[in-house]
Design a protein around this ligand. Structure first.
Ligand SMILES: Nc1nc2c(ncn2[C@@H]2O[C@H](COP(=O)(O)OP(=O)(O)OP(=O)(O)O)[C@@H](O)[C@H]2O)c(=O)[nH]1
Ligand SMILES: [Mg+2]
Length: 316
């Protein structure tokens, strides 16, 4: 059955239904997924990937919607992946986002997909990374990954991004202390949304102080921008800043470095996963797993010796 060959062809042609199906295949870890992804891979690497992260309710979706429209005005096609690591829903819709972005869904130059956890968080970041590749191969110029929060899972998810935009809001109070460590490393651009609210200057100062302490990024000091997303204020300036960062990534060679790092991690992860699956398969076939467990439980053996025994025929 070579049904996936047609699917790959249709994804490359930018057919929406094919893009959707392909993403679903990847999410479900369908047996055809690796081969289909292998065929798509040569067509990836063109899109600029923008990660958008920040605390719940910061206005990320509203801002993504406005940013997407601005990129459309500048002639770019746009993919949006809305990732919610706290939600078990997938495929269909994170309803609020869908409604908020309703007019965008009518635009043929925009593709929106929501994703939630299915099983592990690791699975989610992998599915997100693959979805980026699918949208890239399908010809999207700019791909947004919107993800809630600033914990480790979000950091992993935005690792697929070339430019990471951290969205904050005034009046967070002590919260900024808690998220400082994580966002310092991942933020290429900081954006204070809801700049119509009180506390903008204070947050700005806090961010500047935080950036002063960061010596890790000598060639690019993350700029701080302000938006009122629901009123479309500051959006064109923010897009200009994203373009500046893109130019910086190209000119400094950092884009190549980041992408090489990403490729390296991807290969290592795939290698680990493949080895793991292979070894577990062989161990299962040995058929004495339960017996060995009993031996250990009864203190007739120990976990270390048992693992050695299991691996003996595989690792020489
Ligand atoms: N006052 C004000 N409200 C805003 C602004 N931007 C967004 N909002 C409102 O803030 C609320 C949350 O916006 P969302 O875009 O859903 O925020 P989010 O960060 O995507 O939320 P989650 O995905 O649930 O974490 C909505 O009611 C928006 O209309 C802004 O700049 N100023
Ligand atoms: Mg949202």
């Amino acid at each position: 059955v070579v049904e996936y060959l047609k699917l790959v062809e249709d994804v490359l042609a930018g057919t929406r239904i094919a893009i959707s199906r392909m993403i679903t295949k990847v999410e479900n870890e369908h047996e055809d997924a690796p081969e289909a992804m292998r065929l798509l891979y040569p067509h990836t690497g063109r899109a600029h990937v923008i990660g958008i992260t920040g605390p719940p309710g910061a206005g990320k979706s509203t801002l993504t919607d406005k940013l997407a429209k601005e990129f459309r005005r500048r002639g770019k096609t746009v993919g949006i992946i809305a990732v919610d690591p706290t939600s078990p829903f997938t495929g269909g819709a994170i309803l609020g986002d869908r409604i908020r972005m309703l007019d965008l869904t009518l635009d043929a130059g925009v593709f929106i997909r929501s994703m939630g956890t299915r099983g592990s968080l690791g699975g989610l970041s992998k599915a997100t990374a693959n979805t980026v590749k699918i949208l890239d191969a399908a010809g999207m110029d700019v791909i947004f990954i919107e993800t809630v929060g600033v914990g480790q899972s979000e950091v992993d998810i935005v690792k697929a991004a070339d430019t990471t935009l951290v969205v904050l809001v005034p009046g967070l109070g002590d919260d900024i202390q808690a998220i400082k460590a994580g966002i310092l490393e991942i933020g290429d651009i900081f954006n204070i949304n809801k700049a119509d609210r009180e506390g903008v200057e204070r947050l700005n100062i806090e961010l500047e102080t935080m950036l002063d302490l960061n010596l890790a990024k000598p060639t690019w000091r993350p700029p701080i921008r302000r938006t009122v997303a629901n009123d479309n204020q500051g959006v064109t300036e923010l897009v200009d800043t994203i373009y500046e960062h893109m130019t910086h990534l190209h000119n400094s060679g950092q884009l190549a470095t980041r992408r090489t790092d990403r490729t390296k991690n991807e290969i290592l992860e795939l290698l680990q996963e493949t080895i793991r699956r292979h070894i577990l398969g062989v161990v299962k076939q040995q058929g004495n797993f339960d017996a060995l467990v009993m031996q250990v439980t009864e203190r007739k053996s120990d976990p270390y010796s048992v693992v050695q025994t299991m691996l003996a025929p595989i690792i020489k």
